[in-house]
Design a protein around this ligand. Sequence first.
Ligand code: SF4
Length: 357
Amino acid sequence: MNKENKTELLGMNIAELEKYLLSLGQPRFRSKQIYGWIYRKDISSFYEMSDIPRDLRENLDENAEISIPRVLKQRVANDNTRKFLLEMKDKKKVETVLIPQNREGNDRYTICISTQVGCPIGCVFCATGASGFQRNLKSYEMVGQILGSRRELAKRLKLQDNQLITNVVYMGMGEPMLNIEEVLKSINMINDHRGINIGQRHITLSTAGEVKGIQRLAREKLQVTLAISLHACNNQLRNQLIPLNRKYPLEILMQAVAYYIEYTGRRVTFEYIMLDGVNMGLNDAQAMIKLIKPLLANVNLIPYNEVNGLDFKRPTPSQIMRFNKWLVEGGLNVTLREERGADIEAACGQLAAKRER
Ligand code: SF4
């Protein structure tokens, strides 16, 4: 069969898989077997499904496909953070980052996945924003980033372990809330205990402030963590840094966040990229305290990772400590994000798949 006409099995839930297999005259229990092979066993061919009858494997090979993205390139940082360049079925490329939970890099990993090819938001400090927008990713392509990366990682580390990835953050290329329906579908798949089996509390979804998406997520009442990319605490500066702020200014964004907290009872994280000479004055700290202190929220401070061609500068350690101190003294819960993967441009705001286009 022509490859374009094949049925895509990646992204089907058990019920959808069952319906497909029933249409082939197969018994119901086959769906659970095949689901396990796809999401737990990291196979690359139907012929590896050893408990499936040979004629069904041949039929599937002829008529169906499992399009796990291919790892085209990878870079490994000094701290063992890995950046993968993954190719989708239509040859579009995205970057995915794997961050080890210990620095030896052989333990458990957090994966940072992309939700769009490029990004339409255009934050002025971000390599992805500077690279433009191509298309939304499908839920199976988000899940596929986990499977493709896990398979590559297991191969590199010479480990057979489908629990290598334990946490997922939607902070790669793209604005997840502009693709919220596919993101929600992917969370369901990631969460399924018969498959990838990563609990909702181990999943974080970030947004530059797309209010409709925040409201949509609130209504789902998931146990995931919502992270808001704040980066400025007055509209004038935020309009310059994150163009989306002109559509949803801070007053509207904070109303949506308050609604989210009230509706879900979940603590929210505010991400704040520290840009030297831009957003780290005492007035910025005071404005942040005023905005965030009334909320059930944490602040995550991230020193800027410089991007070639963009003018922003990383602050010095003493500037970082001073800004942190102002916020803590003002009563905020603050954490300083540990630096990971900056030497391979895998850190926050550095993803662009740029050299490979
Ligand atoms: S920071 Fe996030 S929302 Fe802004 S341009 Fe980059 S990827 Fe898009």
